[in-house]
Design a protein around this ligand. Structure first.
Ligand SMILES: [Zn+2]
Length: 311
C-alpha cells in the first residue's frame, strides 16, 4: 500500500509518467496554427509574422525558458528585401530566443526559422502568379518551428540537469537571405566561443521513406561519428559531410561552429502556395525528433566538439 502511494507521489512530482517526448499530435497543432490561412504565410514585416513570434515566445515562457533576446525573448532587427523591388523593402523583423540554463559551461544551440513568403511579395516564390496568394509554408518552416518547440518542451520538462545548457532560437527573415541568424551571430546574446554546436531544422515535414531524412554537417565536428553510434531510429536517415548550405546552419558554420542540418528534401510544393499542413507526415516528424533527442543525448556524454571545416 505504502509503496503504491510513494510511486503515485513520484509520478506526480517528476517527469515520470508525464508525456514529454514529441508527439505527432502536438506537432500537428503547432503546424496547423502557424501554416493556417489566417497567418497569411508569415511574411517578414507582416502582423502575422509578429503573431507567429508571439506564439513561439508564449511557448518558451510556458516551458520556463529564460528570455535571452535584447527585449525579453525578442531580438529586433531590420530586414531588407533585395530580390524584388518593393516600396516597403525595409521591414521590421525579430528573432525569438529562449535559454535553458543548466549551470553548464557550454551551450547547445537549436534553431529553426519561422518566417515564410507571406502573400508572395518578397521574391523567391516559385508560383506562376505569386502576388496575393498565401504561401502557407507548412513544411517551410512551420515543421521546423514545431520541432524546435517540441525539443524545448522535452529538455525543459525532463527533470534532468544536462551537462550543457540549451539555446532555443526561432529566426526571422531566413527567406530573405539568413538575415535573422546572421544578425544574431553579429550581435550574439551568448558568447559564440561557448557554443558546442548548432542544430538546424528547416523542412522536416515531408518525409520520403525512399530518401530518408538528410542530416548535413556530419563533417563539421570532430565527435559526430561517436555521437552517431547506437542510434535507434524509426525513420530512415543518411548523413552528409558539408554543413555550409541550405539554411541558418550556414551562418553558424561561417563562424566555425559545428552544425547539423535536418531536412526531409525538396518537393513540388516547395515555395508555392500549396505547401500546406495536410501534406505533412506528422508521424515521421515525431520519429525525426526522437532521433534528434538521441543524437543530442549522446552528445551530452561527449566533450565540446572541435570545429572541422568541410569543403
Ligand atoms: Zn526554409
Amino acid at each position: 500500500m505504502k509503496k503504491v502511494l510513494i510511486l503515485l507521489l513520484l509520478a506526480g512530482f517528476s517527469s515520470y509518467g508525464r508525456d514529454i517526448t514529441p508527439t505527432a499530435k502536438r506537432l500537428s497543432r503547432h503546424i496547423r496554427f502557424l501554416a493556417s490561412d489566417k497567418m497569411k504565410g508569415r511574411g517578414t514585416g507582416s502582423p502575422e509574422n509578429e503573431k507567429a513570434a508571439a506564439y513561439i515566445a508564449r511557448h518558451f515562457k510556458k516551458y520556463g525558458l529564460k528570455p535571452l533576446g535584447t527585449d525579453g525573448y525578442y531580438q529586433a532587427f531590420t530586414a531588407k528585401v533585395r530580390r524584388v523591388v518593393v516600396p516597403d523593402s525595409l521591414r521590421p523583423a525579430r528573432n525569438v530566443i529562449g535559454f535553458l540554463d543548466n549551470g553548464a559551461e557550454n551551450t547547445i544551440v537549436i534553431g529553426a526559422h519561422y518566417d515564410h513568403l507571406g502573400t508572395g511579395n518578397q521574391g523567391s516564390s516559385l508560383a506562376e502568379n505569386p502576388q496575393g496568394q498565401i504561401h502557407n509554408g507548412a513544411d517551410d518552416n512551420a515543421s521546423g518551428v514545431a520541432g524546435l518547440l517540441e525539443l524545448a518542451r522535452y529538455f525543459s520538462g525532463n527533470d534532468v540537469k544536462e551537462s550543457y545548457n540549451f539555446l532555443f532560437m526561432a529566426f526571422g527573415a531566413e527567406e530573405l537571405g539568413l538575415i535573422g541568424s546572421r544578425y544574431f551571430l553579429l550581435n550574439p546574446t551568448l558568447p559564440l566561443a561557448k557554443m558546442n554546436f548548432m542544430i538546424c531544422m528547416d523542412m522536416i515535414g515531408r518525409y520520403n521513406p525512399e530518401r530518408g531524412v538528410g542530416i548535413g554537417g556530419y563533417g563539421t565536428g570532430d565527435r559526430w561519428p561517436e555521437i552517431f553510434q547506437n542510434l535507434n531510429a524509426s525513420v530512415k536517415y543518411f548523413t552528409d559531410r558539408p554543413g555550409n548550405g541550405g539554411s541558418d546552419n550556414a551562418a553558424f558554420y561561417a563562424k566555425r561552429i559545428p552544425v547539423l542540418f535536418f531536412h526531409t528534401g525538396g518537393h513540388p510544393d516547395y515555395h508555392k502556395p500549396t505547401d500546406d499542413a495536410d501534406k505533412i507526415d506528422y508521424q515521421a516528424e515525431e520519429g525525426i525528433l526522437k532521433l534528434e533527442i538521441q543524437v543530442i543525448e549522446n552528445a551530452l556524454k561527449q566533450p565540446k566538439l572541435v570545429f572541422t571545416p568541410v569543403q
